[in-house]
Design a protein around this ligand. Structure first.
Ligand SMILES: *[C@@H]1O[C@H](CO)[C@@H](O)[C@H](O)[C@H]1NC(C)=O
Ligand SMILES: *[C@@H]1O[C@H](CO)[C@@H](O)[C@H](O)[C@H]1NC(C)=O
Length: 132
């Protein structure tokens, strides 16, 4: 019966077009692709920037900090991983200056521990992009 097959095809087509708000995953993916196409090329604005902060770990002498390590309930607590930061150290692994935050290398800036006082609960970082 060719007539019945024709009716079925028309129903499937209209069902697909009039799908309302529910989008199929392929449609959402397509939109995501189109949106990604609108982003400009990635550009590192911080490469010439000046960066300063008002607090860095180890700036007033050697300071110990401990990393939070995973604790499995019922297991003895493993040795916490404690390290020293010291801005004046000859060992670069103990220095975590704010310039590390934008140098593109795999190093980091570190704030002082909050146990040093209430003023260390807030730290200001200023990034001057030198664009004007
Ligand atoms: C770090 O070194 C500088 C220059 O040598 C010195 O002026 C400063 O007092 C030192 N700071 C600490 C905390 O040792
Ligand atoms: C750094 O600046 C912020 C904001 O001005 C202030 O709240 C904070 O206490 C300062 N931290 C230190 C260590 O001076």
């Amino acid at each position: 019966m060719p007539g019945a097959a024709g009716v079925l095809l028309v129903l499937l087509l209209t069902g697909g077009l009039a799908g309302g708000g529910a989008q199929r995953p392929e449609q959402r993916q397509l939109q995501a692709h189109q949106q990604r196409g609108l982003f400009p090329a990635v550009l590192n604005l911080a490469s010439n920037a000046l960066i300063t902060t008002n607090a860095t770990c180890g700036e007033k002498g050697p300071e110990m900090y401990c990393k939070l390590v995973e604790h499995v309930p019922g297991q003895p607590v493993r040795n916490p991983q404690c390290r020293i930061c010291n801005q004046n150290s000859s060992n670069p692994y103990q220095r975590h200056p704010i310039t590390n935050a934008i140098d593109g290398k795999n190093t980091w800036w570190q704030s002082p521990s909050i146990k040093n006082g209430i003023e260390y609960h807030y730290v200001t970082i200023t990034l001057d992009l030198q664009q004007v």
